[in-house]
Design a protein around this ligand. Structure first.
Ligand SMILES: C[S@@+](CC[C@H](N)C(=O)[O-])C[C@H]1O[C@@H](n2cnc3c(N)ncnc32)[C@H](O)[C@@H]1O
Length: 242
């Protein structure tokens, strides 16, 4: 059977060019998320869901700012590794996507989805928006990050990776990694399944229709500044289709 994005993320993914790349990536994401959690939270430590969390190698940093941190990922292999690594962290609960339903309605201060939306169809994205809205408190914040605008392709991503690698001291492995990626399942899936893309205005309109008050942040979470981050506060009611 043909591979899909879920299978890809459940495999031993080659997207990180080295262990150093993976570690620096997750450290960077965690420090950006920890700062956002402190900024967007209600004052006291918030209850946070990171949906599509991946390996979450530095999630302890985010958890330290939270009352509770739910880590959700669709890939069973990824969840097994996070569960084993964070078993002693009482603030962290690891969830499969279908278990997010069981989080009490109106109980979350912040939902984060970083580098997730590009792997979802539009109906999957719409269903998640409704789910997240239901789980957020009134005024709670939804952070959608690493959104790829139309017109940015693999060359833009490669240039961003090389800048990140140069500053992180893994340029040689990044060059090798890019050559491997060109021949990899990731490149093939990017060609066949594609990545979902949204322009700024399009994303703001989707979030408004879904019952959020949204704005784009000046900087994206993580190293790739060709991509975008949005913060959307739960407000009003979703607009019903006529
Ligand atoms: C590019 S990684 C991003 C990981 C992490 N958020 C980061 O920024 O490094 C995408 C992750 O989303 C997960 N994923 C894909 N579709 C999902 C879904 N429908 N629900 C939850 N997780 C999903 C994949 O298993 C993968 O670990």
């Amino acid at each position: 059977m043909a591979m899909n994005w879920r299978d890809y993320w459940n495999s031993d993914t080659p997207i990180y060019v080295s262990e150093r790349h993976k570690l620096l990536h997750y450290r960077g994401i965690a420090s950006d998320l920890a700062a956002l959690v402190a900024e967007l939270g209600p004052g006291e430590p918030p209850i946070v869901l990171d949906h599509g969390c991946g390996e979450a190698l530095a999630a302890e940093r985010v958890a330290a700012r939270c009352e509770k941190l739910y880590l959700c990922d669709a890939a069973p292999n990824v969840r097994a590794r996070i569960e084993a690594r964070l078993a002693d962290n009482l603030k962290v609960t690891v969830l499969a996507p279908e278990e997010v339903e069981a989080i009490p309605d109106g109980s979350l201060d912040i939902v984060v989805a970083n580098s997730l939306l590009q792997y979802l169809s539009r109906p999957e994205f719409d269903a998640l928006l409704a789910l997240w809205r239901g789980k957020l408190k009134d005024g709670g914040a939804l952070v959608l990050a690493d959104i790829i605008p139309h017109g940015t392709g693999a060359a833009t991503d490669a240039a961003a990776l090389l800048r990140f690698a140069a500053s992180g001291g893994f340029l040689v492995s990044a060059l090798g990694g890019l050559a491997r990626t060109a021949l990899s399942d990731y490149r093939k899936l990017r060609g066949t399944l594609g990545l979902a893309r949204y322009d700024e205005g399009e994303m703001l309109a989707i979030l408004t229709m879904a019952g959020f008050e949204a704005a784009r942040r000046p900087r994206n979470i993580g190293h790739n500044q060709a991509r975008m981050t949005f913060v959307a506060r739960k407000s009003g009611e979703p607009v019903k289709a006529a």
